[in-house]
Design a protein around this ligand. Structure first.
Ligand code: ATP
Ligand code: MG
Length: 239
């Protein structure tokens, strides 16, 4: 059964050995919405995604999906519950074709009992359709980002965690990726946590935003309100 995608992150504390990278972080990732997670280098954005997806074990706080407690569960169980993490770096198997990379995602989706056709992904991302037979190393950065998002979608997630999808892409391509994300949440029941250093771009596509600084939440608000707060922008968002 597809879940509604209500992700609740409450008071999450996590870190690495002696380093505490997140201090009691709560994020209102509303179902069917895009929540931007913003902040400078080292703010704890990636750690937050890792703690949600089970790659880093929280020291305190809770993570739940549609009321099911997932705190401290393993990454595999969390993925099966419907949370798909797209890490920074656009990792694809470069020797395999676009279609083969997607089929790997579809296999995981089938394991969850909710596989779906590659055709849907080609409809969502037309550049991938044109390049379905091409090896992944021939793709541009933007196309590769579409491929990793498409692969994640084939697992039929209720929640998509995206770490810096815009990194290193030209502004026009970033706008295209963000536009596709917007279309996705409009057309499917999908909840997105969008980690970005590109705060301006992320807030233009997000519904809500959370600003982290040194592992603590310093602001939570509607994306538009955050983008309109000149002092906050200046202090934490760099635009
Ligand atoms: N594997 C690790 N071992 C030890 N410390 C780590 C590790 N990964 C991250 N940290 C530390 O945790 C803090 C938060 O890092 P994190 O990667 O979550 O930040 P970030 O907001 O994603 O930064 P960036 O924008 O550079 O990706 C930093 O102080 C970082 O040095
Ligand atoms: Mg990071």
């Amino acid at each position: 059964m597809a879940s509604a995608g209500h992700l609740a992150i409450d008071g999450l504390t996590a870190g690495y050995g002696p380093v505490t990278a997140l201090h009691e972080v709560s994020v209102p990732a509303r179902a069917g919405r895009i929540t931007a997670v913003l902040g400078a280098n080292g703010a704890g954005k990636t750690t937050l995604l890792r703690a949600v997806s089970g790659l880093v074990r929280p020291r305190a706080g809770t993570v739940s999906l549609d009321g099911t407690d997932l705190t401290g569960a393993g990454a595999e169980r969390i993925a099966r519950a419907g949370i798909s993490h797209v890490p920074e770096g656009r990792g694809v198997i470069t020797e395999l074709t676009v279609a083969e990379n997607l089929r790997l995602g579809a296999m995981l989706g089938a394991r969850r009992g909710a596989g779906q056709s590659l055709e849907r992904i080609y409809t969502l991302f037309p550049p991938l359709a044109q390049r379905r037979g091409k090896e992944a190393h021939t793709l541009s950065g933007g196309e590769r980002q579409m491929l990793v998002i498409g692969r994640a979608l084939l697992t039929r997630p209720a929640v998509l965690l995206l770490d810096e999808p815009s990194l290193g892409l030209a502004p026009r391509v970033v706008a295209q990726i963000f536009g596709l994300l917007r279309d996705l949440v409009e057309s499917e029941a999908l909840t997105v946590l969008l980690v970005e250093q590109n705060a301006r771009g992320a807030l233009s596509v997000a519904d809500l935003g959370v600003v982290l600084n040194l592992g603590r939440v310093v602001a939570v608000d509607d994306a538009r309100a955050l983008a309109g707060d000149a002092a906050l922008r200046h202090a934490y968002l760099g635009f």
